[in-house]
Design a protein around this ligand. Sequence first.
Ligand SMILES: *[C@@H]1O[C@H](CO)[C@@H](O)[C@H](O)[C@H]1NC(C)=O
Ligand SMILES: *[C@@H]1O[C@H](CO)[C@@H](O)[C@H](O)[C@H]1NC(C)=O
Ligand SMILES: *[C@@H]1O[C@H](CO)[C@@H](O)[C@H](O)[C@H]1NC(C)=O
Ligand SMILES: *[C@@H]1O[C@H](CO)[C@@H](O)[C@H](O)[C@H]1NC(C)=O
Ligand SMILES: *[C@@H]1O[C@H](CO)[C@@H](O)[C@H](O)[C@H]1NC(C)=O
Ligand SMILES: *[C@@H]1O[C@H](CO)[C@@H](O)[C@H](O)[C@H]1NC(C)=O
Length: 534
Amino acid sequence: MKAVTWSQPDDCVLCRRRMWRKMLRPCNLLLWQVALSLSYHVVTASPCGGGSDIFAALRENSPTGQFISELGITAEPGANRANSLRLCVSGEDAAWFYLDGRTLRLNASDPRVLDKEAQGPMLIAELTCYQDDVIQSKFRILVEILNENDNRPKFVEETIHRFTVNELTAVNSVLFTVKAVDADGDVISYIIDPSSSDPQFFRIDLPNSGKIVLNKPLDYETRTQVQVLIWAQEVNTEEKFNTSAVLTVNIEDGDDQYPHFLPCTRVSPGVPVCVSPTYSTNITQKHQDLVLKFSPGPIRAEDGDRGLNTPLIYSILSGGNQSRFEINNRTGEIQLTRAVPLRHQEKTFTLSVMVCQEDDHLKYSVVSVLIRVLNENTFPPVFNRTTFKGFIVQNLNPASIVTTYGNHVLQILASDRDFSDGLNPNIHYSILPPSGLYQVTNDGVLIARTDSLHAFDRHIIQVVARDEESGEEVSASVDIEVLQTGQLVPRGAFTEQQMFGNVDSRLAGGIIAIILLLVLSAVVFLMLRVVKRR
Ligand SMILES: *[C@@H]1O[C@H](CO)[C@@H](O)[C@H](O)[C@H]1NC(C)=O
Ligand SMILES: *[C@@H]1O[C@H](CO)[C@@H](O)[C@H](O)[C@H]1NC(C)=O
Ligand SMILES: *[C@@H]1O[C@H](CO)[C@@H](O)[C@H](O)[C@H]1NC(C)=O
Ligand SMILES: *[C@@H]1O[C@H](CO)[C@@H](O)[C@H](O)[C@H]1NC(C)=O
Ligand SMILES: *[C@@H]1O[C@H](CO)[C@@H](O)[C@H](O)[C@H]1NC(C)=O
Ligand SMILES: *[C@@H]1O[C@H](CO)[C@@H](O)[C@H](O)[C@H]1NC(C)=O
């Protein structure tokens, strides 16, 4: 009985494995066997006799100890050192094998795992049989690794990077191609997850191609970025392993919007169309060489394609009145170059201002600009008295006009020296605080609600005259007395109170003097008669 000992691979002479490996890789197992039987000389002699090359197949991920092959060597492994047989596995992959008696088994002790994707399709080693350290025979060990689906598909990083797509990209065009690979070489199909955030924008026409097609127009003005979740899934395997990636697509602005004037008021919420403002300003005849300040202001437009921000050109289409108004074609600033003549009939200039894109004059917008010519305001309005006197006679009419002395209509008019006739048409009259009993018309006439008044009442009201152009105000008080039905309105101030205040009272004084004189003469006449009788 001869002893067989098993040597570790390290002890063994490295065989011509490199050459072999090179040859073997592209070939399949059958070719191998043919090649080997031609090229390899098998030494068969006792006790190493009975052996042969080993061809076997192993599944990936097989556990350690997995049976590979039974050796044909006739000698039994034993402990007889005197006449020792030594079996040695050598070669690059020798560490994957161990001998258990005459059985060749897989050594996949932790952490090693037999992985076809890492190891390649074959394990190659040599089995050498020594007797007394003399090579008796050599055998090839060729173990094919059978594939298992132990890898998931993986996206190729470069194909799922951020993408930038112009918003004007035509629907149905291919935006980009995603690609996933599977180490097991499985066929992969791609699916857009319908529950991801923006699946509606994309579709995949050919599931195996990974070509992402634009399904719906993009609009930079509403969205500048969309996201989609894409699955890559094995098709031909039982496990159908999958992986997913979120694609972020940045939308690039395209020139599809017109410029609009600011501030932009949306036609309705969410609709990206602006209603143009109307710019207005006030000038007077005195102004010239002036950059006009508008409200809302300044006159400014912006390109609807904010991502492009194309340069804009401003121009006055009409109303410029022979370059009385000039616009800066870059800034939209409007300048008054010449003063408006004093005798100018027009109160308002209406300019039509256009803005267009420098690179596309057909993308434009037009706005109205109102320039009011106000009268030069140097003087405030004034009342020629601080207090006016009014009377109202009680009657059955619901309303009556307040009169003044001599039963004349009381008209409280403020005069304005800015106007040649003293009458500023922009003055508005009001009663402060508003009274329920009186109203004032824009001609300065007071109207009383006669039905709510009581005889002998006295009201003092405050009338305010306001220049609507300049905002200047002046006020005066009106002292109104309510007279009894039938009572006469006094002709003048004196009959009421002052006896000797003015011309009227002097006249009254004269009358009184005459009356006194008459009374006196009557007394003298009576006294004279009494004296005569005596
Ligand atoms: C398997 O290989 C490892 C080294 O790779 C070695 O330490 C171990 O002893 C081997 N197991 C057997 C049973 O030979
Ligand atoms: C991906 O695989 C998981 C299980 O691993 C499964 O729940 C999911 O539905 C798969 N996705 C698709 C799109 O098939
Ligand atoms: C111009 O004057 C009018 C009154 O005539 C006034 O209502 C308006 O607020 C003024 N506008 C500006 C911009 O000053
Ligand atoms: C322009 O101004 C002139 C006076 O300078 C006036 O007679 C004419 O009516 C104005 N025209 C327009 C269109 O405003
Ligand atoms: C804008 O105005 C300047 C002078 O102010 C002129 O030279 C230029 O040609 C104008 N540009 C256009 C596009 O009208
Ligand atoms: C005060 O003004 C009125 C017109 O509002 C006028 O009739 C009256 O004569 C003026 N009185 C004086 C004293 O100027």
